[in-house]
Design a protein around this ligand. Structure first.
Ligand code: GLC
Length: 520
């Protein structure tokens, strides 16, 4: 690895949601030993890195995104010793490790907040936003952003009341998080995923806001100073990456986070939210690449994560927009169509220039479980926005014909659809038509294919509704979003197809990777 070619520029990064990956101790909740026992799955898949969603001690008011101690592990997941063992074992298996840091807020059970609540004179009160009057700000999950304390003051929380926002104007808060970064870098982690990265700074005049005005806590200029300091910490270690969760429709504002002295990469939610439409998809890809090229940062390609409806389900709905609430409007889902498109999307996201993210279960073709009884919902967003993210967080199916599909010897914390019996790792292994084998083959080809690392991307002229591009001189990807079969380019051999071809025609919602033989 050279300095010009750091690992995170074109890695395939697999997101583990630890509650739902694999359970070793039978309590129905995934844990570190479960992950250690299943590292072979990730090695076989061929991914380069693991991003671990929060595993710290937490009352789990927001599934671990309410952290009570950033330097330890919640007993439900294991212990710090086991986390260190996992880091070592992952490295031995050739996998880098990224941990999730949540700087905007901490748990109301964190010692700082407990001290702040205990006395109005506690110095820890300065680490938060305590005020005598609330504002009318609307929270990220909807609803109020201020909660009253017994002594009559109000504290700010952009998410749930159990997630008080930190005061990033305070030097102690900054010093604490720089130290937390060092804590994990010292334990060998290769990167940090930064939660809610654009929200840290607040407009400290605490204005009242009209509903149509920008939030006075979103993307304030001062946040960049925080990341410049973090970058200095990361740069004091070899090969460490900072990856931001930056939800930002304005590409120019987004790109500011990727300036050479700030974050290394940020999730591409523009791509995640793009409808299955050739014009919108091409515009999104062009917009993404232009913004990243200007700033010199690698693009990222994200199809799903633990916050959004799984993309098999999204693509199985014929809609042109995306929102958290999209599964509330009753639009029927065609899972067969969604699966076909998800297969094609895999070949798209794994062949565009930059890093690709795979959310656990996406390689199995899992769909959103939309049949969880609301009484079992655990997501705090349910009740605030009338939408639950639990449907994309259901435990993985590993083996067997019925739930819990080898995930646990107990009862999974969320119910798995019985129909997943065809989607277990065991059922798909060795089946050349399975989603799992498609991902395995694609990721291994990607690793071997020079064009997919350094090859410049160039669009090819094609029929309307078809996206086709080359990477380097001999690799091409063609994705048919046109609704009718189209001819494949001349003089090629097929490396991989997302679905059956129709002679020399590419059927709708199908993608191929080709080796071009120019001049033949
Ligand atoms: C991020 C996380 C999400 C969490 C929120 C608050 O968006 O991805 O799961 O609820 O931040 O920490």
């Amino acid at each position: 690895m050279t300095n010009q070619d750091p690992w995170w520029r074109d890695a395939v990064i697999y997101q583990i949601y630890p509650r739902s990956f694999a359970d070793a101790d039978g309590d129905g909740i995934g844990d570190i030993d479960g992950i250690r026992a299943r590292l072979g799955h990730l090695r076989d898949l061929g991914v380069d890195a693991i991003w671990m969603s929060p595993w710290y001690p937490s009352p789990m008011a927001d599934a671990g995104y309410d952290v009570a101690d950033f330097r330890d592990i919640d007993p439900v997941f294991g212990s710090l010793k086991k986390a260190e063992a996992l880091i070592t074992e992952a490295h031995a298996a050739g996998l880098r490790m990224i941990v999730d840091i949540v700087p905007n807020h901490i748990s109301s059970e964190h010692p700082w907040f407990k001290a702040a609540l205990a006395s109005p004179d506690a110095p820890e009160r300065e680490y938060f936003w305590f005020r005598s009057q609330p504002t009318n700000w609307i929270g990220e999950f909807g609803g109020d952003t201020w909660t009253r304390t017994p002594d009559g003051m109000w504290y700010l929380h952009l998410f749930t009341p159990e997630q008080p926002d930190l005061n990033w104007e305070h030097p102690d808060v900054r010093a604490e998080f720089e130290d937390i970064l060092r804590f994990w870098f010292d334990r060998g982690v290769d990167g940090i995923r930064i939660d809610s990265a654009a929200l840290l700074l607040k407009d400290t005049s605490f204005p009242e806001v009209a509903p149509d005005k920008p939030h006075p806590f979103h993307d304030l200029d001062g946040v960049h100073e925080v990341y410049r300091a973090w970058r200095r910490v990361a740069d004091s270690y070899p090969d460490r990456a900072l990856i931001g969760e930056v939800w930002m429709p304005e590409v120019d504002r987004f790109a500011r986070y990727l300036r050479p002295d700030e974050l290394h990469a940020a999730f591409n939610f523009d791509f995640l939210g793009c409808a299955w439409d050739p014009k919108l998809m091409r515009e999104c890809i062009d917009r993404t690449l232009a913004a990243h090229e200007t700033i010199g940062a690698p693009a990222t390609w994200v199809l799903s994560n633990h916050d959004v409806t799984r993309h098999v389900t999204r693509y199985g709905r014929t809609k042109t927009t995306f929102s958290f609430e999209e599964n509330l409007d009753g639009t029927p889902v065609d899972l067969e169509l969604g699966t076909r498109r998800a297969r094609a999307a895999a070949l798209l996201s794994l062949s565009l220039p930059g890093a690709a993210y795979v959310y656990q279960g996406e390689e199995l073709g899992l769909w959103e479980n939309e049949s969880i009884p609301p009484a079992q919902f655990q997501d705090p967003m349910w009740g605030r926005r009338g939408h639950s993210r639990d449907g994309c967080r259901v435990p993985l199916p590993w083996s067997g014909d019925e739930p819990p599909f080898g995930f646990t010897t107990g009862t999974p914390w969320l119910p798995q659809p019985a129909e997943w019996k065809d989607r277990t790792v065991q059922a798909q292994t060795g089946d050349p038509n399975s989603m799992l084998e498609l991902y395995r083959t694609a990721i291994h080809l990607r690793r071997a294919e020079e064009g997919l690392h350094r090859g410049t991307m160039a669009w090819l002229d094609t029929a309307p509704g078809v996206l086709a591009y080359t990477r380097g001189s001999t690799f091409a990807c063609v994705l048919n979003m046109s609704g009718v079969s189209v001819p494949l380019p001349d003089h090629h051999s097929c490396l991989l197809a997302s679905g059956p071809l129709d002679g020399t025609l590419l059927p709708p919602d199908t993608a191929v990777w080709l080796r071009l033989h120019p001049g033949k």
